[in-house]
Unconditional design. Structure first.
Length: 284
């Protein structure tokens, strides 16, 4: 993934809804790359400002589709206060930057990221659904909750913990050292993270866990720890997590918090859909 400066050394065009869609398309035809800032104005987002749809407001979707159809590369910058349903954009726009409401230095941060001067490393703290009909949509659901749709898979557009940068990362050698039986020591987890790209960057390593068979229903997986690390190209680092046993406690049928003996699964990776896993036994 290149920065904007690599793609566009001389000319850019930024368009908003102040121009008509035909005029915006005409401008885009003369550009090398289109930077399109869309989203929600702050007056329609926040506590007490519910919306019946999470689609792009007004005619923003029409503008986006028209500019993509113009045939020039489009960079979509989103400024919004909640997840938006941008399934079409995810399929047709090669670069999407989620800026939320970035504050006074937001313009500088966005520009540095688009030009490749900054390599982003942030991860989503909320799930992005594909459609409003998927709501509520969150990663740590109980196994008994099943999504069944006749027109989609039910999978989120972007899962909790997801995020891209200008490099890539790989996970390997996940290992768990459980405490001795009867001990109150922490659970010791290690995983190797490798920067597999050619640029230095930050990765947020995420650790999820679940008791395989518990006395009460528990989420399929739950975030237990995370660590942000900086890696040079091709560098590998072992990340260590120390998990207090109390983080595995469940509210049991006796209305008490308890850490249960049994077999547990842990996952490590760059989002809540991490696939690298291992198991361990715990005897509190």
């Amino acid at each position: 993934m290149q920065g904007l400066r690599d793609l566009l050394p001389e000319s850019t065009v930024t368009s908003d809804l102040g121009s008509s869609i035909p005029a915006a398309v005409e401008m885009a035809a003369r550009a090398d790359v289109v930077i399109l800032a869309l989203g929600e104005r702050q007056g329609i987002s926040g506590e007490g400002f519910d919306r019946s749809s999470l689609d792009l407001p007004d005619n923003q979707e029409q503008l986006l589709e028209a500019l993509v159809a113009a045939g020039k590369p489009v960079v979509l910058v989103l400024e919004n206060g909640r997840p938006l349903t941008i399934d079409w954009a995810e399929q047709h726009v090669p670069a999407i930057l989620e800026a939320w409401y970035p504050g006074e230095f937001g313009g500088k941060a966005i520009a540095e990221t688009l030009f490749g001067d900054n390599n982003p490393g942030g991860k989503l703290t909320i799930t992005f659904p594909r459609s409003t009909g998927q709501l509520p949509d969150f990663y740590n659901t109980d196994p008994s909750r099943v999504w069944k749709y006749v027109d989609s898979s039910g999978k989120p557009l972007f899962p909790f913990g997801f995020g891209l940068s200008y490099t890539t990362f790989a996970y390997d050698r996940l290992a768990v050292q459980p405490p001795a039986p009867g001990s109150h020591d922490d659970i010791h987890v290690t995983v190797d993270v490798t920067n597999t790209g050619d640029r230095a960057g930050d990765e947020v390593a995420e650790l999820y866990a679940r008791e395989n068979m518990s006395s009460v229903e528990t989420p399929e997986r739950a975030l237990k720890a995370f660590s942000r690390i900086h890696l040079q190209p091709r560098e590998t680092r072992s990340v260590t997590f120390l998990i207090p046993q109390r983080q595995l406690a469940v509210w049991n049928a006796e209305n008490k918090w308890a850490v249960e003996a049994g077999r547990y699964t842990v996952w490590a990776g760059g989002s809540s859909q991490a696939g690298l896993s291992t198991e361990f036994n715990l005897q509190p």
